[in-house]
Ligand binder design. Structure first.
Ligand code: ADP
Ligand code: MG
Length: 193
């Protein structure tokens, strides 16, 4: 029952996101970047988990560049080839360190960037398909971030869900393994659940 609810919501939200124009993506992303830049936790971050966008996701690449410029550690997830649903974190030093992974998402190249096990990111900017005001997050349906965020190294990390205003919905049918966000940042608001 809950799974059906989740997948119908996922399909509908993804359709809306797919229909955004490049201008809407750019304007929404710029507003979100401005909100993130204003956070003291962003200004102080020395290790940040972030993502490289696909399919009209909010484009935070200017923030990735900013982290590189200030010498911070840019952690990006990389799917584990042998373990479906699991991701390692690896530190990329520049765009040339990235290569397309299994879902065509740009990931740190395994030949250049070893997995980092001992990092405890200060901040995590987490893409989502949907969020609600209780902090629940809906992903692509693989549970990848739920598994990653349940690790000890992510326990103290400030977890910020990133999406457009329309992705903030009345309720996400959360399941026991779903990991909530500490903050949700959209182009229309910064929400503290
Ligand atoms: P998403 O968060 O990507 O929207 P779901 O929350 O529906 O996806 O989770 C997808 C699958 O991943 C579920 O079948 C769930 O059992 C599994 N899963 C999620 N988190 C964990 C975890 N920490 N350990 C094991 N399995 C997990
Ligand atoms: Mg989940």
């Amino acid at each position: 029952m809950v799974d059906t609810d989740k997948s119908a919501l996922r399909t509908s939200l993804l359709q809306t996101r797919q229909a955004l124009t490049p201008e809407q993506v750019r304007e929404g992303s710029e507003r979100i970047i401005a909100r993130i830049r204003a956070l003291p936790e962003w200004k102080n971050a020395t290790e940040a988990l972030i993502y490289w966008p696909i399919r009209n996701e909010v484009d935070l690449r200017p923030l990735v560049t900013e982290l590189w410029q200030r010498g911070a550690c840019v952690l990006l997830p990389r799917c584990r080839p042998e373990k479906q649903g699991e991701m390692d974190l690896a530190c990329a030093a520049c765009e040339a360190d990235l290569a397309p992974g299994p879902f065509s998402i740009m990931e740190p190249d395994a030949g250049k960037c070893p997995p980092v096990q001992d990092c405890t990111p200060d901040i995590a900017l987490i893409p989502g398909v949907g969020f609600d005001r209780a902090g629940n997050r809906l992903g692509f349906g693989g549970g990848y971030y739920d598994r990653l965020l349940s690790t000890e190294q992510m326990r103290k990390t400030l977890k910020i869900g990133i999406g457009y205003g329309f992705q903030m919905v009345t309720a996400i049918p959360a399941q026991p393994w779903d990991k909530p966000m500490n903050l949700i940042c959209t182009d229309t608001e910064l929400w503290r659940p």
